[in-house]
Ligand binder design. Structure first.
Ligand SMILES: *Cc1c(COP(=O)(O)O)cnc(C)c1O
Length: 464
């Protein structure tokens, strides 16, 4: 399996190089040159397999022969053995044919663990084999940072630098990043928004001299390995409710389009996915794109679902690449136009194609709280506010009731104390393994929104 950039002007790479490379050198994102396509029999053979066994099957064609089958299987089993539910990603029934896929049984209790715990192991494996080190740089709107730190702390070949918007992540989210004592972990609060943090990361990757000087690596979902590790739970859930002999739909709360993009990969491989319902919060650029065909950047506004307070969705580029016939030149032009004018319009025929798969729905804070309260009242489940956005969207765009609708439960409700208190009057208790979090000592650096400041901090830390 070889990987090409969505902008068509970067070197073609193998899986292990893509894992270390992150953003392509032409500013694009890496995608497989061709998607593997499974037969009905291959899909059917997944019935009854464990999460880790399915993960090895799904990952194998993407990894190719860059990592041996035995090493891959060992890393995958080691990753998911540490999750706190025997099913890894259990399904709960919410309604007559409506399901919740719980993705908060990893160490930092959000779905990011499912990919990042594996990515940390892949980094160490590939780097150690090559005798290299890497400086991982990531931006977080809340959950990626802690999951990446947890995945990279104490890994011998990696230093990790995480940028988050100062004052715009929840206390639990911040503490999960700032209380990790490992010397290779650097939590950096940027005076700006998540989009600013993401732009700082992109600027560091775009500075090719700096990139080579420090050996920059990516943990954001620009990293292809994260996408394909997330594809696994769509497959696991679909098989659990009857795929491939039944089709399924998913509802996914999204800001950066990474999680839901992973579902399109499963679909390209032949998994019978009927519809993908996207939930947006008040930062609804994606809902506007999929309903009107026009994407216009607005100001990022804080919401109860901070991990989706995003206006520029990096992974959309991967989907647009497929939609626009895998034409890198066209994507490069479209993305350049979007960044300079703040506006992008899909031609009507492509919007119609997108709408055959996607529906999108905007849920404001009030709707989020109302959904949390109603679902809690009806089922006893407390949803985190991001999950509530997805569930509200799933109900608004329910479609054929015979098709199972699986909503992704993206984080444990204990991560979002304020929202829980506003919705039902009490917070959810933190799982036992995090009980010391609120008393632990914090360590972080506050930086202005400046590329030079980030680069100088990184140089200093790496020289030590
Ligand atoms: C990261 C995150 C999201 C958004 O996912 P994307 O795929 O990056 O858009 C939603 N909910 C939670 C809890 C998250 O941590």
């Amino acid at each position: 399996m070889r990987y090409v950039s969505t902008r068509g002007a970067a070197p073609v790479l193998s899986f292990d190089d893509v894992v270390l490379t992150g953003l392509a050198r032409d500013g694009g994102l890496y995608v497989p040159e061709t998607m593997p396509r499974w037969s009905e029999a291959e899909w059917a053979s997944l019935a009854g397999l464990s999460y880790a066994e399915i993960a090895v099957r799904v990952l194998k064609p993407f990894v190719g022969d860059t990592i041996s089958q035995a090493d891959l299987a060992a890393m995958v089993h080691d990753t998911y053995r540490n999750f706190r539910h025997p099913a890894v990603a259990p399904l709960k029934q919410l309604g007559s044919n409506d399901w919740l896929l719980e993705l908060f049984h990893g160490p930092t209790i959000a779905f990011k663990d499912y990919a990042l715990q594996l990515l940390g192991r892949l980094f160490d494996h590939v780097l150690t084999r090559r005798g290299q080190r890497m400086a991982v740089l990531g931006a977080t709107s809340g959950d990626t940072g802690s999951a990446a730190i947890e995945a990279c702390k104490d890994r011998s070949a990696v230093d990790i630098f995480i940028l988050f918007p100062h004052g715009r992540v929840s206390d639990v989210q911040r503490r999960q990043m700032t209380t990790v004592a490992s010397a290779n972990v650097h939590a950096i609060a940027v005076e700006g928004t998540f989009d600013d943090c993401q732009d700082l990361v992109k600027a560091c990757f775009g500075d090719l001299a700096f990139r080579d000087e420090v050996g920059l690596g990516a943990v954001n979902s620009i990293n292809w390995a994260r996408i394909v590790a997330q594809t696994v739970y769509y497959v696991v859930a679909a098989v659990a409710v009857g795929a491939p002999s039944r089709s399924v739909s998913f509802a996914v709360p999204t800001g950066n389009f990474g999680n839901v993009y992973a579902a399109t990969v499963a679909r390209a491989m032949g998994l019978p996915i009927d519809r993908l319902v996207i939930g947006s919060n008040r930062n609804d650029i994606l809902t506007r794109l999929f309903t009107t065909g026009v994407m216009e950047i607005g100001a990022v506004e804080p919401s109860l679902s901070p991990s989706m307070d995003i206006q520029v969705s990096s992974n959309l580029e991967r989907y647009l690449f497929e939609l626009m016939g895998r034409d890198g030149t066209r994507i490069a032009e479209a993305m350049h136009g979007f960044r300079t004018t703040g506006r992008f319009a899909l031609p009507a025929d492509l919007l119609a194609t997108a709408q055959r798969l996607f529906s999108a729905h905007r849920v404001d804070d009030q709707g989020t709280l109302a959904t949390m309260a109603r679902v809690h009242d009806q089922t006893g489940e407390l949803l985190d506010p991001h999950t509530a956005v997805g569930v509200a969207a799933s109900l608004a765009h329910r479609g054929d009731p015979r098709v199972p609708m699986i909503s992704l439960a993206c984080a444990h409700p204990a991560k979002f104390v304020d929202a829980a208190v506003q919705a039902i009057g009490t917070p959810a208790p933190l799982p036992r393994h995090l009980s010391g979090l609120m008393a632990a000592e914090e360590r972080m650096t506050v930086l202005p929104n400046s590329v030079a400041a980030v680069q100088s901090l990184m140089r200093g830390a790496l020289a030590r």
